[in-house]
Write a protein that binds this ligand. Sequence first.
Ligand SMILES: C[S@@+](CC[C@H](N)C(=O)[O-])C[C@H]1O[C@@H](n2cnc3c(N)ncnc32)[C@H](O)[C@@H]1O
Length: 306
Amino acid sequence: MDVSREQARIDAVRWYHEFDFGNGLRARSVSDTEAHRRMWRFVEDCLAGVDFRGKTVLDIGCWDGYWSFHAERRGAAGVLAADDFTQNWAGADGLFLARELLGSKVETDTRRSVYDLAGIGRRFDVVLFLGVYYHLFDPFHALAQVRHCCHPGTVVCVEGNDGPNLPPDTALFDPENGGGKFLPSIGHLRRLLRAAYLSVAAEHVLEAPPPPPPPPPQGRVGWRWRLAMCRQVLAGSRPGIADLAGRVIPPPPPPPYEPLTASRRVFLTCTPFEGENPAHYYRPPFGLHAYDPRFRDEARAGERAA
Ligand SMILES: C[S@@+](CC[C@H](N)C(=O)[O-])C[C@H]1O[C@@H](n2cnc3c(N)ncnc32)[C@H](O)[C@@H]1O
């Protein structure tokens, strides 16, 4: 193998994740920050509780396939890595190159919108919906589509941002925020999932890292500073005193509140359910009535009458 030629192929791709392909070949993330690594460790820890052995897996919004390959490594019988590559800044090259270099058998569907998951026409044992819902214009529509990929025993892993400072059960929605249009409180997320006939079996939270403490004052102030301060004091100059004082006194700590838009990461493990759903007084949209006997039977009766 021509290692430098292979590394050049890797370096030609804009990677979201970091990969170690062996033989010294590495993909470096363009978002090479400790915050991302911390988040990926969190997801990996949460996924440790999922049994992939012999399972069929759907990875929605897979990007370069990092979690699809993870599922495959952990013994999945088959993995479908799906994404709509019009919806990120890197395209599909990373997924295909990683698949080749890892010798993976992961199946790919690179034109699969979250709004058309039912079009896959298959149900999976494990569904990964990681890092996607908060980018969407219509998260509920997407969750309904996720639900259509489930059989009664499916495990659905949902991961993304939540807003711990939001009023309970509320959400913020900003269509023009490229980084994350949708910021739900965890209560709101639970409600959305329930409305899509998914119940939460377990929750994990990754708190935002605490802000760095202000730098401690450094030793005694020197004679030049003291002399300068004496001059300002004798001159009675408030701005001069404030300026000199500001150079040696640490800034005040940040206010003891965080903005409403502060976020952290949450990982919810869900299972699908069928039955009367208190979220729906009327027939639910997006085909969800199929999971509720009140509306399913009504629809069947309507079809028979027609
Ligand atoms: C932050 S990345 C998450 C990547 C990966 N799942 C992870 O957790 O590391 C968001 C992914 O969602 C995909 N995505 C966003 N909107 C989508 C849509 N409407 N349909 C399908 N995929 C979408 C993007 O293409 C991108 O790959």
